[in-house]
Design a protein around this ligand. Structure first.
Ligand SMILES: Cc1cc2nc3c(=O)[nH]c(=O)nc-3n(C[C@H](O)[C@H](O)[C@H](O)COP(=O)(O)OP(=O)(O)OC[C@H]3O[C@@H](n4cnc5c(N)ncnc54)[C@H](O)[C@@H]3O)c2cc1C
Length: 496
């Protein structure tokens, strides 16, 4: 990849930003024989954050750019784990960068600089750098990250942030089950229930091999968001309570980004990646979607440029088909509900969520799921959740009447098919009833239960009392293994 090879040359496209999204789109555009300039304040360098993704959501070429893949992936919303049976990957950022640059080939040039503005004169865009540079291009893509530089994102009610504090460290005792990836651990027996209610956080943890772990205390979404110091203290308090203090900490990471971006309006500049609000409003994921969307958006842009049409509009249409825009509305409604939910109900919410059939919760967290499917899943979670979770969901729906009506109209059409496939005891979310998860959560949060016992029980895989894949005792292993085989076959593209 030439650095500054185009010098003063006009390029077909100028991409502001050298993060995974901007580079993914730039690479696909260059692969289509367009001349592309990436402007970023830094030289090409491996992306800094710890990126995770569901393996099946990564395009095939990126599945080899993984540092590690876990098949034992779990969630804890009670002392017993819920196995997710969906492989999860940690991206190898150096390999991802190399693969993107290789895909781009000679058509991409990297210019180091900081963009301050852009204006259109005639058929060309003139992009200004802070050192007085000016670069001309036929199309400008804003891939400058969260909030957007040239197209600032309007966050309704202010930005609602996902925040997290994580470390890579060594542990004399495993802080989470060896061999496993813990996607969410909402158990907090070590905290005062009032603190959990006010500031809910969970553990996201990856076993990196031997005694190395990445452990991260995460606040899914909050407005205002907790501070870095708060999250750091929470992480260390959890590790202390587990009896697993870290040693030889290698690195730490602070995560803070907005989750409530609306779909951007079409305009003369194309936004992409986090700058386009492509972060999933419930999970916070974005990278896999940006890698996967890039070829389609690039093709639309290339065709428009070739035909002398509006390339920004073509890219926007490819990125935001009407179905996706409507789905964003439903997701923002769900996000509003999560913000309203008292913190100690989040575990129950996700317990209900992960009781959805696997295909449904996969779809709910995917970037391109249609409004009907989302609304159907939401209704099922609603029906399955205890009252403490339902009421805030209703309040959120009422607070966003436009979105709610759209979602409910869609939901009404599919009412008939919204039936549960769960056993009756698991689905006992009727008004006034106490579900299993009600009881467990309350016990876990009360002082009646020996905290160490709860931790030890939940950490059964970690302390070696049961198999390292320590699934809940009630789980039908054959059935689960069959499901895992199917999931793996789907991921690898192999037929059963
Ligand atoms: C620490 C952290 C961990 C995350 N973990 C995950 C995860 O596990 N999975 C996931 O899917 N998502 C994750 N996210 C969310 C999101 O996917 C990432 O933020 C991702 O980096 C967004 O990619 P991007 O390329 O759109 O923006 P960024 O990665 O933010 O890249 C923006 C680029 O624009 C450049 N830039 C900014 N301003 C200018 C300017 N004025 N001129 C020129 N260039 C400029 C930056 O230097 C950078 O190169 C995480 C976010 C953070 C912060």
């Amino acid at each position: 990849m030439p650095v500054d090879a185009f010098s003063d040359q006009v390029t077909d496209v100028l991409v502001v930003g050298g993060g995974p999204s901007g580079l993914a789109l730039a690479a696909e555009l260059a692969a289509l024989s367009l001349s592309v300039r990436v402007v970023a304040p830094h030289p090409p360098q491996p992306f800094a954050p710890t990126y995770g993704a569901w393996l099946d959501e990564l395009p095939a070429w990126a599945q080899v750019c993984t540092a590690q893949v876990w098949t034992d992936v779990r969630v804890y919303t009670s002392p017993q784990p819920t196995p997710l049976l969906r492989p999860y990957a940690l991206l190898d950022n150096a390999r991802l960068l190399a693969a993107l640059l290789e895909r781009a080939g000679e058509g991409l040039c990297w210019t180091q600089g900081r963009v301050t503005g852009a204006e259109q004169r005639g058929n060309l865009w003139h992009v200004r750098g802070e050192a007085g540079e000016e670069w001309a291009a036929r199309l400008v893509v804003d891939a400058s990250g969260h909030g957007g530089l040239l197209l600032p994102t309007p966050f309704e009610g202010g930005a609602a942030l996902q925040t997290a504090y994580g470390i890579v460290a060594h542990f004399a005792r495993p802080p989470s089950p060896p061999g496993a990836m813990v996607w969410m651990d909402y158990r907090t027996p070590h905290l005062d229930p009032a603190d959990v209610r006010a500031e809910p956080t969970f553990l996201y943890s990856m076993h990196l091999g031997e005694d190395r772990y990445f452990v991260q205390e995460t606040s899914l979404i909050a407005r205002p968001a907790p501070t870095r110091e708060f999250m750091q203290t929470r992480l260390y308090a959890r590790l202390e309570a587990l009896g697993t203090p870290p040693h030889d900490t290698e690195s730490d990471e602070w995560v803070a980004f907005p989750m409530n971006a609306p779909a951007p309006v079409p305009g003369p500049i194309l936004a992409y990646g986090a700058a386009a609000g492509l972060v999933h409003p419930i999970s916070g994921f974005q990278v896999a979607g940006a890698l996967k969307d890039a070829p389609r958006v690039a093709q639309a842009v290339a065709t428009a440029l070739e035909n002398g049409e509006d390339a920004a509009a073509a890219g926007w249409n490819a990125l935001w088909p009407p179905e996706r825009r409507a789905a964003r509305g439903v997701h923002l409604l769900d996000l509003g509900a999560l913000l309203e939910l008292p913190g100690d109900c989040l575990g129950d919410f996700f317990a209900a969520f992960f009781r959805l059939p696997a295909a449904e919760w996969h779809a709910f967290l995917a970037p391109h799921t249609g409004v009907r499917e989302l609304a159907r899943s939401m209704l099922k979670v609603f029906a399955h959740a205890p009252n403490a979770v339902r009421l805030p969901l209703v309040r959120a729906a009422l607070a966003h009447p436009g979105v709610s009506l759209r979602a409910l109209r869609e939901a009404a059409r599919m009412k008939e098919s919204a039936r549960f496939s769960h056993p009756p005891d698991a689905a006992a979310g009727h008004p006034g009833g106490m579900t299993n998860s009600d009881t467990t959560q309350r016990e876990a949060n009360s002082g009646d239960v020996d905290q160490q016992e709860v931790i030890e029980e939940g950490m059964q895989g970690a302390v070696g009392n049961v198999n390292a894949d320590g699934l809940a005792p009630g789980v039908d292993r054959e059935e689960k293994l069959e499901e895992l085989r199917e999931n793996m076959a789907e991921v690898s593209g192999q037929q059963q």
